[in-house]
Design a protein around this ligand. Structure first.
Ligand code: ATP
Ligand code: MG
Ligand code: FE
Length: 344
């Protein structure tokens, strides 16, 4: 099927076009520059930016894909989770298009989109498989039996998301927002063994109750203490070493638990998705550990890890291929949509 995908859950306005498992267009307009001076996404600013960017982005996607809107088989749109005011802009646009073109509408889950996107890079997902979802708002291990129909959460963060931890630690190190890519770069010049930061929920006792869960708030506090102490003692903060040691703690836990979940469930394929999946150290460490464990690893290219419209079009394509029914035109956005609700 030829599917148009619209994404507007946070600060990226994305429009993607996918035919089957082939990516035809992936246009993204980001309002991140408008949020930098606030150190985080301002919902009202994001909503207005979506309103301004949506039609130009749609037009560009149509041109890049070389299609006419009359040819499409369906319109997929992020129905949640995300910022309510941002979601409704994309949803309203998708409904208007569906109504005007008389095409079916598919309200889909943003998090399932982060998982589905790899199908445009490496073909249909192996099913069942395991997915490590690491983004700005979520961090979880998912059992994916069918990306269009059945995703079960095995575990998730009990406090901060991995991306949130990257962004908070970047702020402590006076690096710009969003901090993930800046820490990724700063860490390249640092020693990952310089500072022994804690690995959350990995003690024997914690593993009994939280084998597949994550915790990053203790790590963030530990970095804050380290930086405060250095400053109080008048020492320069070794930014590269702090970044590398923090990153090592995050990636060590993420990769160890993902591989352990594969062993526990018998999964032979592991997929990663979400903005933090663009991280170079995470990709490197997972590749090493997956190879050692005999697990096949699927990593989408970094541009498809952060928010985009292709991921929504890819999921829409899987949903239509599975023969699932379209959504009603009075569909509402759900800012807290759980990952198990893939298509509304
Ligand atoms: P969610 O998908 O949970 O709703 P989101 O859509 O805001 O949240 P994404 O766009 O998937 O999140 O990811 C953004 C996050 O990814 C930010 O926290 C950002 O710092 C982080 N990130 C991006 N690139 C990298 C990188 N190279 N290394 C580490 N983190 C990164
Ligand atoms: Mg973003
Ligand atoms: Fe996202």
């Amino acid at each position: 099927p030829l599917i148009l995908g619209i994404e507007s859950s946070c600060d990226e306005t994305g429009v993607g076009v996918v035919r089957g498992t082939t990516l035809l267009a992936n246009e993204v307009a980001s309002s991140v520059a408008e949020h930098v001076r606030f150190g985080g996404v301002v919902p009202e600013v994001a909503s207005r930016a979506h309103l301004q960017a949506l039609l130009p982005t749609l037009r560009r996607a149509q041109e890049t894909a070389g299609i006419d809107l009359s040819e499409i088989d369906g319109i997929a749109v992020t129905a949640g989770p995300g910022l309510m005011g941002a979601l409704v802009v994309g949803l309203a646009a998708a409904k208007a298009l569906a109504f005007a073109l008389d095409k079916p509408l598919y309200g889909v889950n943003h998090l399932a989109g982060h998982v589905a996107v790899d199908l445009v890079e490496h073909g249909p997902l192996p099913q069942p498989c395991l997915a490590l979802l690491v983004s700005g708002g979520h961090t979880s291990l998912l059992q994916v039996d069918d990306v269009a129909r059945s995703i079960t959460e095995l575990g998730s963060t009990i406090d901060d998301a991995a991306g949130e931890a990257y962004d908070k630690v970047a702020r402590l190190l006076s690096l710009p927002y969003p901090g993930g890519p800046h820490i990724d770069r700063a860490a390249a010049d640092g020693d990952p063994t310089a500072i022994a930061f804690p690995r959350g929920l990995t003690s024997r006792r914690d593993l009994e109750r939280h084998r597949f869960d994550f915790s990053f708030s203790g790590l963030k506090t530990s970095v804050a203490r380290y930086v405060e102490t250095a400053e109080a003692e008048g020492r320069p903060v070794p930014t590269a070493d702090v970044a590398a040691s923090f990153q090592e703690a995050v990636c060590d836990v993420l990769s160890a638990k993902a591989i352990d979940a594969c062993a526990a469930t018998g999964a032979t394929d592991l997929l990663i998705g979400g903005g933090v999946a663009a991280n170079r150290r995470l990709r490197e460490l997972l590749a090493e550990r997956a190879a050692a464990a005999g697990v096949r690893l699927r990593t989408p290219p970094p541009v498809l890890c952060t928010d985009n419209g292709a991921m929504i079009a890819a999921l829409g394509s899987a949903v239509v291929t599975a023969g699932l029914p379209p959504s009603p035109l009075d569909l509402g956005a759900d800012s807290r949509l759980p990952v198990s609700r893939i298509c509304l």
